[in-house]
Design a protein around this ligand. Sequence first.
Ligand SMILES: [Mg+2]
Length: 340
Amino acid sequence: MSRWVLHVDLDQFVAAVEVLRRPELRGRPVVVGGDGDPSKRGVVSTASYEARAFGVHSGLPLRTAARRCPDAVFLPVDRESYEAASSEVMATLRQFDAVVEVIGWDEAFLGVDTPDPEAVARRIQARVRGATELDCTVGIGHNKLQAKLATGFGKPAGVFRLTGRTWFEILGDLPTDALWGIGPKTARRLTGMGIGTVRELAAADPHELATRLGPATGPWLVRLARGQDDSPVVGTPYVARSRSRETTFQLDLEDWDEVRRELVLLARRVAQDVAADGRPVGRVVVKVRYAPFITRTHGHALAAPATEAFVIEQAAVAALGRFTERRPVRLLGVRAEFVR
Ligand SMILES: [Mg+2]
């Protein structure tokens, strides 16, 4: 018997839920985003594998998606249906003799004691499919980092094991942003320091990285590259870290008084979500996407944790005040981060 971490990740979750209720869409490129009208502005939430083959991915403007894949079926986002499907999947996972840590609506870690993690993974897949008709991929590792990364190699509907024994064989020559937690920005900084691959990062001197990237971040990056992660699988219920709303404007807002008015409306909607949640907010972040598609964010920390609408609104306005460029705006977003 040994301790394993399994990472369960639903395959093309949102698109899969849509295909389930519209079986005629199976095998066709499906794009979910905005209100489902690709002639309008908005971004892709999820694309089916068939649509991804045309270069359509989440975050892409709907119009670009329509250009890349004119035959795609476009559907509006139906959050409630996805949440219902998600709850059913998570309830299924909780039937296993395991610690279940839900980390998003379509993924969870399971801490399992078993001599045969592949067998458990196959049982999970079968039971999730039986309960919801949805496919998932299961990554297996000795820690969360390994399991999470393993999943990427098992897609779709597969099972993949990644441990310290196979870590460098599988990941060693990949760029550092193949690691969970390293984005393109950090990867670029590392490249600038002569560190291009996971193997090179693993061999880097943690002290040197600490001086260049920060005392916590530097050594953490090296541990990441070595596949080390001692964070436990925690069975406490999943709680969202923030509430957010965003709007894409059909015409760019050129008048910044109007930007401010729209921001206030958005902040009020977020404040309603926060009130429903009942937890205090510590920071409000505003996202501005300038035309054509350049995104910037600025945050404002509250003087004291608060739930009141006017405080959230004022914080959003303060964050907006940090945007100095007054160019036309295509999208606005407000995120209220809960105090942890
Ligand atoms: Mg997924």
